[in-house]
Ligand binder design. Structure first.
Ligand code: ATP
Length: 265
């Protein structure tokens, strides 16, 4: 495992319009772990993810990605290191699963921007290999010729994950990937992510379900544009900290060594 953290964030402040969204934020995300970010609506979780991706320019502070300042990465190198998955992506429904997955390859993805002619039927061997690998890892290979428009929500989510993995990133960031997914698909996604983490991938995901977050190796609690605590589920998902983070009354129990959060009236 890489001993360097995936991200080291120091004194980060980010402004959107006139509003200060993140203020003097300190955080560290260990490499090779499943890291969950938790916090109430509007606390700045997505803004932090976008900052880690290098999409937002900090007003102040620094972000190190695998030991190097994020702003020193060339755009291409950054795109090869980081992949991102969110819920808002509009999918081209008339592509096959294999074609959509292949859009995760930087060379192939360029046709979208008109930089290269349409290459979906003539990818390079290394692209084909990475796409097949990503489909096998996400168990989508068996329906690789189906059209994206014919898939269920959970199947689409897996194909999106395949597309993200096809780029062979070192770090994968996900914004609320389990929204609209039933409990079986949620468990499925977490299992897939954990399997990639075991192979060395770092995953940072924003998630609302506290009991799902309890499965993560590392948890970040956010409140009012700041990180208020980081650590293992046992360290962070305490009754006191969950109440502080969300401003609601809860009781945190431990069941078979895992934190279970129960809402109280
Ligand atoms: N482009 C923008 N300009 C100004 N303010 C913005 C912009 N985007 C988001 N905000 C504000 O920034 C704050 C944090 O938003 P962000 O989406 O990062 O929160 P979040 O913790 O991810 O929320 P949620 O859980 O609801 O998705 C919110 O108050 C939001 O209204």
């Amino acid at each position: 495992m890489n001993s360097e953290p995936a991200f080291e964030v120091q004194n980060l402040s980010v402004r959107l319009g006139q509003q200060v969204i993140l203020q003097d934020l300190q955080a560290s995300f260990p490499a090779g772990q499943l890291c969950a970010i938790l916090g109430a609506n509007g606390t700045g979780k997505s803004t932090l993810l976008k900052s880690l991706l290098g999409w937002l320019k900090p007003a102040q502070g620094s972000i190190q990605l695998l030991g190097q300042p994020l702003q020193l990465y060339a755009r291409r190198e950054r795109a090869q290191t980081l992949a991102y998955l969110d819920q808002t992506q509009i999918l081209p429904e008339d592509l096959s699963v294999q074609q959509l997955t292949s859009l995760g390859r930087p060379q192939v993805g360029k046709w979208l921007w008109g930089i290269l002619p349409h290459p979906l039927d003539s990818t390079r061997p290394e692209d084909e290999e990475a796409v097949a690998w990503a489909m096998h890892r996400t168990d989508t290979f068996r329906f690789k010729d189906r059209l994206v428009g014919e898939l269920s929500g959970g199947e689409k989510q897996r194909v999106l994950l395949a597309r993200a993995l096809a780029a062979r990133p070192k770090v994968l960031l996900l914004d609320e990937p389990t929204n609209h997914m039933d409990i079986a698909y949620q468990a499925d996604l977490i299992r897939l992510l954990k399997r990639e983490v075991e192979k060395g991938l770092t995953v940072v995901l924003v998630v609302h379900d506290l009991n799902l977050a309890a499965l993560a190796d590392h948890i970040t609690l956010m409140q009012g544009g700041k990180v208020i605590q980081q650590g293992t589920a046992a360290e962070t998902l305490t009754t006191e900290m969950v109440q502080k983070t969300y401003g609601v009354r809860v009781e945190v129990l431990t069941h078979q060594g895992r934190q279970v959060v129960i809402l109280r009236e």
